[in-house]
Design a protein around this ligand. Sequence first.
Ligand SMILES: *Cc1c(COP(=O)(O)O)cnc(C)c1O
Length: 455
Amino acid sequence: MRYFSTRDRSVAVDFGRAALGGLAPDGGLYIPETLPEYPAAVKNSLATMAFRDIAFETAKPFIGGAIPETALRDLIEDAYPFGAPLVPVGDRLVLELFHGPTAAFKDFGARFMARAFAYLRRGADRELRILVATSGDTGGAVADGFFGVPGISVTVLYPLGRVSPLQERQIAGLGGNVSAIAVKGSFDDCQALAKAAFGDAGLRRRFELSSANSINISRLVPQAVYFAAAAGKAAAGLSDPDAAATPRRAGAPRPRPNSGGRVVMAVPSGNFGNLTAGLYARALGAPIARFVAATNLNKTVPDYLASGVYAARPSVATISNAMDVGAPSNFERMEAHWSYPELSAALLGAYVDDDATRAAIRRVADATGYILDPHGAVGWQALDGLAAEAATAPELADAVRVVLATAHPAKFGETVEPLVGRVDMPPALATALTRKPVAATISVSLEELKAALGL
Ligand SMILES: *Cc1c(COP(=O)(O)O)cnc(C)c1O
């Protein structure tokens, strides 16, 4: 499989170069030259295949020989001691993506990426420096994924005061080969600084630089896996029994059994890496009728779907802060693969403000005992909003609705607990909370970033 730049189809590299490079030299994003399809035997057994087997079948065509099959199987085995349970909650299914070490879906991408990098860099003599901008969850997942990987160091840029105390400890509490820089600005500022650093000749001479944002193709590919696994189950009317760490109140009512059929998946989105991965899963042949592109008030993409005009803008702060993105970096990739009519056919857009997000968390907990985090709640509420609209109501009424729960509610206790009471913390998060965050603080300035990196 060859990868092109979204800006120049004559730039063609293999998976290894695309993954380690992050951004293409012309500033574009790498996209596969064609979108692969599962063999029929895989397509027909998604409902019953093991998660790791789906992961292998999903990654194989994208990697195209850059990692041999036995090494790929080992990597997947090592990356995913956890899975993605599909849990019935009320009238829909919740796809729980928070059973990894940092309790957010980004563990799926980051753990695969770290292991892929370690394989692709075997035998290299120069140190690789990963530079990653985060609005909250990416930093923790990338730091955790790469922690202790030899020959690779990680620097995480995060917006000062705009991540939760727990997120800050996950980003800045590890030490070792992971360092953290707090930027006096927004996530978009962090992202712009990282982009500027990649274009800086001085930094490029000093380090071999790579990114780990959702622009990196090696994070997207593994994220397609849980879409395919969940869609296969949902379409067949299957779901998982309650997972042990599922955040449910004791004595909660039993959910209505699910019947199977057309699958609509609501994806709480910020940079749109997750949704792009979902679109890859759909292209592979996962039985997904539609996605809901669900955002908070940073509604650049829902506005685009409504008007056909894409207008990036500065981000605004919300309680679902991992989605506070006004200029979604993966939009360039979506647009390179699919036309506006194609995207309109695949996606329903919806946005949810903070009050409606809080109301959804409370309402779902009262009705079902299930506790959503603010990001998952945006996805849940986006579906309810669309179901109340005449244009989309019939389509949603007979669909199997799946909401992606992108983080564990305990990650956002300061928002969730005043609404629903105490939320039990998974052990991995309790450990992270005991760490002491250590970070340099800089202004939004490439010169200050270079100084912090020792240049
Ligand atoms: C990153 C993140 C999102 C948004 O994902 P994108 O791929 O950037 O669209 C949603 N929810 C949580 C909890 C996240 O950490």
